[in-house]
Ligand binder design. Structure first.
Ligand code: ADP
Length: 269
């Protein structure tokens, strides 16, 4: 039942005077919190019935005495339930990130190691671009929550792989400079028209819903990326040319870049 106030400082036209705008946002905050709880509970409740259905479908798919006419439909039902559970998992992950409920434990992360691990995973996929490369231009590590950093890069990489034809290429890069640490995922895929770029991180937003759905995504990947980045005071930039490819870059602030020696010294102590 507390009140939430929002304060905004506005400088008035060229003069030295400033205006403090105070707004009561209690109602908005309550509505937002009800929405978040609803999504969290709904996705949680949907998970158990889906697990039961998947279990029976797995058994059916392995059942040698099954009428062959049911073979294809059972496979399709399995594919669709898998999709449903991946959407539900994304919803759960997003609501955990939003509510700040998930424990956020930070430690130094070996980004070079993470990128090569994700690269190996991508290279083992059946449908993938010809090449997935890593380009490591820094020896530094990054201070962050490991599961979240993993999920950020993994979501960006999954998209790059999905939207790049087999003769294309994907490059994961890590570098540091005066501004901080940067991870980019570059692809030579289908690209994105400029008007869609500002809306990509909205929940369920898709450029071409028919095709994207066929690709098996939930439309939540980039919303998850955005929230996980926010929790690291990091930002996302998206550059893309339709027909040529896209680059998604995560920019982490300087104080998150830690030296490897520091990490080892810290562990030894
Ligand atoms: P989805 O699960 O549909 O991939 P995302 O939130 O991850 O959802 O992405 C939103 C939309 O952004 C996608 O549906 C797709 O249209 C577009 N998109 C994301 N990454 C890329 C990329 N690397 N190349 C082209 N389009 C992309």
């Amino acid at each position: 039942g507390g009140r939430y106030l929002s304060f905004t400082l506005v400088r008035t036209g060229g003069s030295e005077r400033q205006l403090l705008v105070v707004r009561d946002v209690s109602r908005e905050m309550r509505v937002e919190s009800i929405r978040k709880d609803f999504v969290a509970n709904a996705s949680h409740e949907l998970r158990s019935p889906l697990t039961v259905i998947s279990g029976y479908l797995d058994a059916l798919a392995d059942d040698a005495s099954l009428d062959p006419a049911w073979g294809a439909p059972v496979l399709e039902m399995r594919r669709q339930t898998e999709r449903m559970s991946s959407i539900i998992n994304d919803l759960l992950e997003l609501s955990k990130l939003e509510s700040g409920e998930r424990r956020h434990i930070e430690r130094p992360i070996d980004i070079a190691g993470l990128l090569s691990l994700l690269r190996r995973e991508a290279m083992s996929l059946e449908r993938r671009p010809r090449n997935v490369n890593t380009q490591i231009d820094s020896e530094e590590w990054l201070l962050g929550a490991e599961t979240e950093i993993h999920s950020i890069v993994s979501n960006l990489l999954t998209n790059a792989v999905k939207y790049t034809p087999s003769e294309g290429e994907v490059t994961l890069r890590w570098w540091t400079d005066d501004e901080g640490g940067h991870i980019s995922v570059r692809d030579t895929g289908v690209g994105i028209a400029a008007e869609h770029i500002p809306r990509l991180t909205e929940r369920f937003y898709r450029v071409d819903s028919g095709r994207s759905r066929e690709m098996g995504g939930s439309g939540l990947g980039l919303a998850i990326v955005k929230h996980a980045l926010q929790r690291h005071e990091a930002t996302l930039t998206i550059e893309s040319t339709p027909g040529k490819g896209s680059t998604f870059t995560c920019h982490f602030p300087q104080h998150r870049v830690v030296s490897r020696e520091g990490v080892e010294a810290g562990v030894a102590r």
